[in-house]
Design a protein around this ligand. Structure first.
Ligand code: LER
Ligand code: MN
Length: 268
């Protein structure tokens, strides 16, 4: 298991769920704190060039755990369930840029809130919009050795795909080997009846994990049962990334440090 931390550029929205901001300084600090890698929460694929990113990672002996796309929804209003052709084309371009970046760095691109809303529309109509985009992007990603990872997100943020079972059902409908799932234990704590049962039941699709406590502070700062989470991950022989995606509270440095200190006891 490898440990990552979510970071973004200095100009990321306040609603970007990241621990640290400023790409270069966050990568350096994450390395010093003992993380193995960083998840890049990007608005645009060209926020950083491949060349600059390669150099910063090498200097700090760090990896990219995944590229995350929440700001494409939050800042640009783009989503898989969009009907408007121009906005769909804009989303496709953004994601292809993320996939190109992912093909050199980490090989994983997240689909969180960007899967979109239903907003009172016909659910089947929305699913078709989602599937069209998912198939198109999965084909593009497959040729570049990249996986797309769909994240169940709680009902207070999105009205489509809230728990792991719904996510697994949609992953089956997409039916592509490079289209899997990434549970976030903060959302699971709201939406899934039991961490262990949900992870074990859907083990074939668990590709990546987001970690935050019940209050979305650093793991250890709330009341979420991490013993149960990590024993389930060990039961399913999970060997991928666990990436801290908590709020930067009480401040980014403290959150990043508390998280790594708390989680270290669960991994070697
Ligand atoms: C949003 O709450 C979240 O968890 C992100 O990883 C996805 O947008
Ligand atoms: Mn998340």
């Amino acid at each position: 298991m490898k440990l990552g931390v979510a970071i973004a550029s200095d100009n990321a929205l306040p609603s970007a769920f990241v621990v640290m901001r400023g790409l270069e300084k966050s990568i350096k600090r994450a390395a010093e704190l003992g993380y193995d890698g960083v998840e890049l929460a990007l608005k645009n694929h060209d926020e950083i060039s491949h060349q600059d990113l390669r150099a910063i990672l090498k200097k700090n002996n760090m990896e990219v755990s995944a590229i995350s796309s929440g700001q494409v929804f939050a800042a640009r209003g783009l989503m898989f369930t969009e009907e408007d052709k121009e906005k769909r084309a804009e989303l496709e371009t953004a994601f292809k840029g993320f996939i190109d970046l992912g093909s050199e760095f980490g090989g994983l691109v997240n689909i969180g809130r960007v899967r979109g809303m239903i907003n009172g529309r016909d659910p089947q109509f929305c699913e078709n919009l989602f599937l069209d985009m998912a198939w198109n992007l999965a084909d593009y990603a497959e040729k570049r050795g990249v996986k797309l990872i769909l994240e169940p997100v709680n009902r207070y943020e999105i009205d489509y795909i809230n728990n792991c079972d719904q996510c697994a059902e949609l992953v089956r409908k997409v039916g592509r080997k490079n289209f899997t799932m990434m549970p976030d234990v903060f959302h699971m704590n709201i939406e899934d009846a039991d961490f262990a049962e949900a992870l074990i039941r859907n083990r074939e699709f668990v590709e990546y994990i987001h970690l935050a406590d019940s209050n979305r502070w650093a793991p250890g700062d709330g009341h979420l049962d991490f013993d149960r989470v990590f024993s389930a991950l060990s039961k399913i022989n999970y060997n991928g990334w666990c990436t801290v995606e908590c709020l930067p509270y009480p401040d980014p440095e403290t959150a990043a440090k508390r998280a790594v200190d708390f989680i270290r006891k669960y991994y070697i």
